[in-house]
Design a binder for this molecule. Sequence first.
Ligand code: NAP
Length: 265
Amino acid sequence: MDVYGLVGNPVGHSLSPPMHEAAYEVVGLDARYVTFEPPADAGGAAVTAAETLGVAGLNVTIPFKQDVLDAVDPADMAARIGAVNTIDFSTDPPTGYNTDAVGATRALTHHGVGLAGRAVVVGAGGAGRAVAFGLADEGMDVAIANRTVERATELAAEVPGATAHGLDGLDELVAEADVLVNATSVGMEEDRSPVPADALHADLAVLDAVYDPINTRLLRDAEAAGATTVDGAWMLLYQGVEAFERWTDEAAPVDKMNSVLRERI
Ligand code: NAP
């Protein structure tokens, strides 16, 4: 039996175990997906321990996504983002991937969104970094808007062709954009959107990384404006799909993983 898992602190809320175990069942793999919650200062030691115990693959979440970089050989995208959320132990040393970037791009393409033209990424934290690199790699012109403009400026200096902005310039940026991604936590605690509703338009595709709640204020405003909407569960789904495919070399049963995820959210 192969053991996969998630290391983080906390991990009790995670939707990954049912999503991955449903996939193993459909594909007929003898595998389990378990959670590990070591102390927050465990760092890369958790990766070494998992490798010693014969774990086949590990997802990594807060607060370990940066700490584990030294314990793996980071793939190009993970190195550029500076964070790892998926480790494959079939290589020596283990390979560290960041599947959040491809999670966002695959979520958009699943909905028929062409990844060309201009993108606005709101947020410059962990999710913002991944999404900005992912969309720039697809060839989009990326504008990064963040509450703390210095963080947007630092990120834009790393992402090819990107520009940095504060939130007050969003109206003009969004008017010209083809794709808009909310990669802030705005919309989680309160029914609030980081983007003025009247800036949204019918030629826009909007991905909200927030998945709790699933139908955020931003997505409701976007739908009212006639935009294509993609909720955060699609990004969560596709980061998991990508991890499953890297670990198992099998095509992921996307529909099953999606339905299990949505039942649990
Ligand atoms: P993070 O690293 O803590 O970054 C938080 C971001 O939100 C920063 O850009 C921060 O701006 C901004 N922000 C926070 N409060 C704000 C406010 N009141 N007004 C304006 N901006 C505000 O968090 P993260 O890991 O990037 O996660 C961000 C969101 O993405 C969370 O909701 C998370 O659940 C979601 N997420 C979803 C997926 C998925 O698969 N769907 C994956 C990863 C993350 P400052 O820099 O100014 O503080």
